[in-house]
Design a protein around this ligand. Structure first.
Ligand code: FEO
Ligand code: CA
Ligand code: CA
Length: 620
């Protein structure tokens, strides 16, 4: 690919434009972007350059329709919806909500999210996909109002990960129910704990006195995949699945992760004591991890990798640094939490995947601290090491071991002085390996709650639009402890706001505006795909933005164009490509209208496929 990001001057001119605009507007009572463009030559140049050579499709308008819309020259079809059978002996989906846990065990899980493709041959791939959580209003005929023990088992079978083989028939990918790799990983699949926290007292329970064997994974948000062919699933809002109607002895650390002893919305604790905090206060410590799965072997045991810290993991952006160390960037999606980086102790060995499979076992976790400069949307930053005995992570400060530093990574991050962020969601590494991008989706607490000051990469109080952060490791070395950063875009609404940052950055306009960037990924050509999970009311601050959507950005020029709009109520989340980049797989999660079947049908989370009518690469 071309070295798109090698022109630092282009970045600085964009930043100059934004800064100039902000400074200019701050000194002017009420002035629209148009007026600004007329007087600022730098911004004018940016506006004139909204003619990306990378983005070769015609932008579509915002939409409130109950369908997936893509640009002219593209088509969509459905790959798989919640409840579709993934084995030959699985029952067909029935929308009445009465199918039992055994049926759900053999069907595609609910709420499709992050996913990766693993090629097997030209016309056969493995698709591993997360099933984040489940919608009781559709999962059960009683909408969750009359739960039974089997209903809880069914809900536990509707989450986790689905692995299926896809075959290309007549040019189109279809799920193969005979695929040897097909597998459901659920909230009850046995997993092993590895790394510094394995076997620690805080991970021991009545059912598992070793602290090394955990049942299941859930709230699998986004994902990653390793150069050695394994799938990474990331445990996010695990706290939602725990509760109690009894008094439980919980600590401030439980609270920091949102774990509270009350009736939980999923009600698992009423039928499965593993989730009852009064009986098993350590069980939540066994979730919030990065999990590594061998997608090729349906009998393999997934591994919880505690060296990458415990928090509400969004995704894992993985690369091999030039020096051979594996670097993993990780976001913690909660208001005022942090952005992390893991560096493996050992080096990647080309062709030795048996050795490479140990790389996430040992390493160093870091957390980001950003330098704040008043009125600037760029600056420097550093990675602070989270190692027991260093940076105040000592007994005097309440940390007794590296295991505790990993189990309570959030507390460790606070101890070392990490920057609180506006909800870090997906991280994506540009294919040129010089820049890394992260969606900061929104944060209503910014400027409101203590410790969440406005500034640096989080420049707006009560930020309900979100922004995309970009950083460049010093000398493109991802094991360097320093970096520079800027904001690739600041989402906003220039038709509702003028004269402040809520209007958005210079690359946001009335035709491409959106809120709450979340899913993020590059294709091989360096196009940045941006998915949203935001306010789809189309009213007030969000007027004109329509349903959740997917956009595509040119990292060099800054231009952003809307590529896809989702159906009513959905979040657009999860993206991956076939190896030839001619089919794009996109997740439509929790639609609330009648997608995908239409009519009076119940909505179902669905993976859609996008192809170009001329058979070309998506976006080209
Ligand atoms: Fe599951 Fe932060 O999104
Ligand atoms: Ca997300
Ligand atoms: Ca989100």
């Amino acid at each position: 690919m071309t070295d798109l990001l090698d022109k630092e001057t282009d970045f600085s001119s964009m930043i100059d434009a934004r800064l100039s605009r902000r400074r200019f507007l701050m000194g002017t009572a009420a002035v629209g972007a148009g007026a600004f463009l007329a007087v600022n030559p730098v911004a004018k140049a940016i506006a004139a350059s909204m003619d990306s050579k990378l983005l070769n499709f015609t932008q579509i308008p915002a939409s409130t329709s109950d369908s997936v819309v893509v640009p002219k020259g593209y088509s969509t079809s459905q790959l798989m919806s919640w409840g579709d059978p993934i084995f030959l002996d699985a029952p067909a989906f029935n929308a009445d909500g009465k199918q039992d846990s055994q049926a759900q065990m053999k069907q595609f899980g609910d709420n499709t999210d992050g996913m990766s493709v693993f090629p097997l041959s030209k016309d056969r791939v493995i698709l591993a996909v997360n099933n984040e959580y489940t919608n009781y209003q559709f999962l059960f005929s009683h909408q969750g109002k009359a739960m039974t023990a089997d209903d809880v088992k069914k809900a536990q079978a509707a989450v986790g990960v689905t692995v299926v083989e896809l075959v290309r028939k007549d040019g189109k990918w279809v799920m193969d129910p005979t695929g040897k790799a097909n597998r459901r990983i659920t909230a009850n699949t046995e997993m092993h704990v590895t790394g510094p926290a394995a076997g620690h007292d805080l991970l021991k329970t009545k059912a598992d006195p070793t602290g090394k064997k955990v049942l299941g994974t859930f709230n699998n948000c986004s994902n990653g995949h390793t150069p050695w062919g394994t799938y990474i699933t990331c445990e996010e809002n695990f706290d939602d699945f725990f509760g109690s109607v009894d008094e439980a002895s919980l600590t401030d650390d439980h609270k920091r992760y949102g774990v509270v002893a009350e009736q939980s919305k999923y009600q698992w604790h009423n039928f499965d004591e593993r989730f009852d905090l009064a009986k098993n206060p350590n069980e939540p410590n066994r979730f919030g991890w990065i999990v590594e799965i061998d997608p090729n072997d349906p009998t393999s045991t997934p591994l919880k990798r505690t060296a990458l810290g415990r928090f509400k993991h969004e995704n894992a952006a993985i690369m091999v640094n030039d020096d051979g160390h594996v670097v993993v960037y990780l976001g913690d999606d909660e208001r005022g939490e942090h952005l992390y980086k893991f560096v493996s102790k050992n080096k990647y060995r080309e062709g030795n995947d048996q050795a490479n499979r140990q790389l996430l076992e040992e390493g160093t976790l870091f957390v980001a601290k950003f330098a704040m400069h008043a009125e600037k949307l760029e600056g420097e930053g550093e990675w602070l090491e989270l190692t027991f005995g260093k940076n105040g992570l000592t007994k005097e400060n309440g940390f007794n071991s590296q295991a505790e530093v990993m189990i309570f990574a959030r507390r460790a991050a606070t101890q070392v002085g990490a920057t609180t962020m506006d909800r870090p969601e997906w991280v994506a590494i540009h294919p040129d390996k010089k820049h890394v991008f992260c969606t900061l989706t929104n944060n209503k607490n910014r400027g409101v709650k203590e410790g969440q000051d406005v500034g640096g990469p989080n420049p707006r109080a009560e930020n309900h639009y979100g922004q995309i952060l970009r950083w460049a490791p010093t000398k493109a070395n991802h094991t360097s402890n320093t970096f520079t950063w800027d904001l690739y875009l600041v989402a906003g609404n220039p038709t509702v706001h003028q004269g402040d940052l809520y209007a958005g950055s210079a690359n946001i306009n009335k035709d491409n505006m959106f809120n709450s960037p979340d899913g993020l990924g590059f294709d091989n050509a360096g196009r940045l795909w941006i998915q949203t999970d935001g306010d789809f009311s189309n009213k007030g601050d969000f007027a004109g933005q329509g349903n959740n959507q997917m956009l595509c950005g040119d990292p060099e020029t800054g231009e952003v164009r809307r590529f896809l709009t989702g159906p009513v109520g959905c979040e657009v989340t999860g993206l991956t490509f076939s190896e030839d980049q001619k089919t794009m797989f996109v997740g439509i999660q929790h639609p609330t209208g009648h997608f995908p079947a239409g009519g009076d049908s119940k909505p179902r989370s669905t993976i859609v496929m996008i192809t170009k009518d001329d058979g070309g690469v998506i976006g080209s």
